[in-house]
Design a protein around this ligand. Sequence first.
Ligand code: WTA
Length: 633
Amino acid sequence: MRIRTFADYQTAYQRSVDDPEAFWAEVAQEFQWRKPWTKTLQWNFEEPSIKWFPGGKLNITENVLDRHLRDRPNQPAIIWEPNDPAEPSVTLSYKMLHDYVCRFANVLKRNGVKKGDRVCIYMPMVPELAVAVLACARVGAIHSVVFGGFSAQSIADRINDAQCSVVITSDGAARGNKSIPMKDTVDDALIGCPSVQRVIVMTHTRTAVSMRKGRDVWWETEMKQVTSDCPAEEMDAEDPLFILYTSGSTGKPKGVVHTVGGYMVYAQYTFENVFQVEPGDIHFCTADVGWITGHSYIVYGPLLAGSTSIIFEGVPTWPDAGRFWDIVDRHRVTILYTAPTAIRSLMGFGTEPLAGKDLSSLRVLGSVGEPINEEAWNWYNEHIGKGRCPIVDTWWQTETGGILISPLAGITKTKPTYATLPLPGVQPLLVDEAGKEIEGNGVSGNLCIRFPWPGILRTTWGDHERCRQTYFSTYPGLYFTGDGCLRDEDGYYRITGRVDDVLNVSGHRIGTAEVENAINMHTGVVESAVVGYPHDIKGQGIYAYVITEGDPGSGGHDADLMRRDILATVSRIIGPIAKPDKIQFVSGLPKTRSGKIMRRILRKIAEGDTNNLGDTTTLLDPAVVEDIKSGAM
Ligand code: WTA
């Protein structure tokens, strides 16, 4: 099923559209199943109900680990690069990883974890994070990884939504010159989480932590009690594999659910074909396992494919801005997969951090998470790829499980800022506001997909109706991505950004409503409205308009303190990644007569485009607009 040429791609694509079931059945056959599936696909986008390979029995870890024990037991599966470059890196071969996962799976069982239970994982970027994820999959538990930068409140919300019975964490984490108290944060979260019976704490930074008797146990002590013999639990292809929370335009984050069989097939297929993986590849994806990119292209994709995956604990700019290049050099990285925001931030340091770094091992460069601007694309191409590495600008989402639109490295002709063409099995279309398909080339519209691929989400945890409403009801019969998109004269796709109230800040998805709710938690705040604005490095910055009780003014001590208090509140409720970049105190918000905030106007003001506000006559009080304009930051 490997695509090697553009003609292969065209053939595969055509086949995947003409006969999707035959196409994916053939791909799926390359995996290790305990029992074959009874039907390749059953679906409708109305409920929605999507089942790939139902009746098929398997355990994904037998495909991630056991199947490699014969051909590559001693090949590195994971290379761990610690935060501090002075400390040694750690390499785990497939054999060692298999052993480690089986032992930890036995620890989970010892601690009462059974098939179908939900386990929350809140850990730094250490090999044990991947081990914890895979051990859950081995025993059939559903993992819910929570990004290490989220607050106690966010952890608690996620644990409660999924009713997790076990939490896996570490004493602390190190990122750059910061040390982060992971266990303390979990302790704060657990005050409001009655479902949690057990906390397994891995020793990492040796920071002092409180250990609650009867609830908290040490990872290392538990590991001494078990053997490495752990037969994998037999799962149905449609049993849930994991829940991953992601932000939408309304309310709290949703738990996107992916299932075992389809996700597995899609993760490996996309990984191998997009990056044109070869034996011996060293894959460095700089995302965090707390996001979908880390799930699919640090853990599952590379390990399913039998590649070597780097897990990097630190940050790109510590101890200096040459850290990525140092890692590429020392570990002879062949595939580098990172986000535009990282490229833009490193660009700012010029080429000096590249001096003396040997990047000749690189073969493929990838970009993910947000639109990549031309300047960043060119810098990446010239200075990192030296003009000889294809760049794959991969577009996809938490909900899609894997990459949907992307060049295939070295095969698809690239074009800066274009994600180019859909992968086999992916049928994109553009629609107008009314849901009418926009045909032909040289057009733009809202991006939808008309047919399921194996990695599509199946539901949102505990609330199927929300899944239907969010993704399948805007345009009946279609999956709606929430993204705007342009299709150029060559039929190439370029994703232009979200058309809903979802922000993309440094490649992190954040809902405006979530940030507003957090700001509104501050005692002194009456109301707020949050919009995104273009930001040189982050892609988008967060601009908050806030009405307070009493006027803190726009400058001076009071306003400053109020701003800091609001930032602290948002940090506490969501996490530092959601802190607004700008806070403007206003006396009113532009509302329609029916009370709806006109965000279009607020967006324009945040962008500094105040001469183009459009029609403001329908506003309840057009005067507030002048007021806001005069105080804009
Ligand atoms: C955006 C991350 C442009 C898009 C994998 C999408 C992109 C959202 C690209 C999903 C890209 C992701 N070009 N935009 N190559 N990749 N996006 O769920 O708006 O964290 O809807 O998944 O990121 O973010 P998520």
